[in-house]
Design a protein around this ligand. Structure first.
Ligand code: SF4
Length: 253
C-alpha cells in the first residue's frame, strides 16, 4: 500500500465534481491523450515548477480535505478524487479512500474508465459515487481523439453497473467532437440499457487551462473551439433526458 503519491492540485469548494460542496484532489497520470485536455499538466511531466506534480502523503492530503468537513455535512458533499486518471495510482487512491472512509467523509471518484477492472474492484466498497466519463461512442473516432480504444472503458462501465454501485455518467461536450446529436444519442441509448446509472452530467465546453498550455510550451489545439450557446446546451440536455435520465448541465448534483 502506497501512503504517498503524485498529485498536481487540490481544489476546495468545488461544486461541479459531484453533489454538494467538495474538495477535489487531482492525481497525476492519465493513459489517454485527449487533445482538448484542460489539465495537460495532469498527464505530462511538466518542467515548469508551478505546474509540476508533487509528492503528497495520505496524511497531508487528508489534513487539507478535513478542513471543510463541516461544509460537506451541511451540503451533502465530500471529497472527489480526480485527475488525470486517479485509478492510475491505485495503491495511493485506495489508501486515500480508506482514510476518508475512516473519517466518515463521503467519497467520489472521477474516472475516465481506462484501467484494469481489478483496480476498480479494490475500491468498490470505499466509493460512494463513481463519476464515469464517456466521451465518444464510435471506437475509431475515440482512438483518433483520445489515443485509446473505448472497449475497455465500456466493459468497465458495464461491470461497475452490474456491481450495483452508484454511478453518474459524464459527457464532456467538446464542440464538433462529442456534442453531436449522433454521439449523444448513441451514448444515451447505450447507457439507458445499464442498471444503477443515477443520471448523466453534460459538461459544457470551457476554455480553462489555456495559460497551462502556454506555460508548458505546447500548442493548444483547442484555439478554434467555441463554447456552446445556452439554447444548444438546452437542446442537448433535452435529447439525453429523452432517454429517461436526470440530466445536469455541469457536474454538480
Ligand atoms: S482523460 Fe481527462 S485527464 Fe486524461 S487526457 Fe483526456 S481529458 Fe485529459
Amino acid at each position: 500500500m502506497h501512503t504517498d503519491g503524485q498529485i498536481f492540485a487540490i481544489k476546495r469548494y468545488a461544486i461541479h465534481d459531484g453533489p454538494g460542496i467538495r474538495t477535489t484532489v487531482f492525481l497525476h497520470g492519465c493513459p489517454l491523450s485527449c487533445w482538448w485536455c484542460h489539465n495537460p499538466e495532469g498527464r505530462l511531466a511538466a518542467a515548469d515548477s508551478a505546474l509540476a506534480p508533487y509528492k503528497a502523503t495520505v496524511d497531508e492530503v487528508m489534513a487539507e480535505v478535513r478542513q471543510d468537513a463541516v461544509f460537506y455535512e451541511q451540503s451533502g458533499g465530500g471529497v472527489t478524487f480526480s485527475g488525470g486518471e486517479p485509478l492510475a495510482q491505485i495503491d495511493f487512491l485506495e489508501a486515500l479512500l480508506q482514510a476518508a472512509r475512516k473519517e466518515r467523509i463521503a467519497t467520489a471518484v472521477d474516472t475516465h474508465g481506462h484501467s484494469k477492472y481489478q483496480a476498480f474492484e479494490r475500491i468498490l466498497d470505499l466509493v460512494d459515487l463513481f463519476l464515469f466519463d464517456i466521451k465518444i461512442f464510435d471506437n475509431n473516432e475515440h482512438k483518433q481523439h483520445t489515443g485509446v480504444s473505448n472497449e475497455l472503458i465500456f466493459a468497465n462501465l458495464e461491470a461497475l453497473a452490474r456491481s450495483g454501485r452508484n454511478i453518474r455518467v459524464r459527457i464532456p461536450l467538446i464542440p464538433g467532437v462529442t456534442d453531436s446529436d449522433t454521439n449523444l444519442t448513441h451514448i444515451a441509448r447505450y447507457v439507458a440499457g445499464l442498471d444503477h446509472i443515477g443520471g448523466i452530467d453534460l459538461l459544457p465546453y470551457n476554455r480553462l487551462g489555456t495559460h497551462k498550455y502556454q506555460q508548458l510550451g505546447i500548442p493548444d489545439e483547442r484555439a478554434g473551439l467555441k463554447t456552446q450557446a445556452p439554447e444548444e446546451l438546452e437542446q442537448m440536455r433535452s435529447l439525453v433526458a429523452g432517454y429517461g435520465f436526470t440530466v445536469n448541465l455541469g457536474g454538480g448534483a
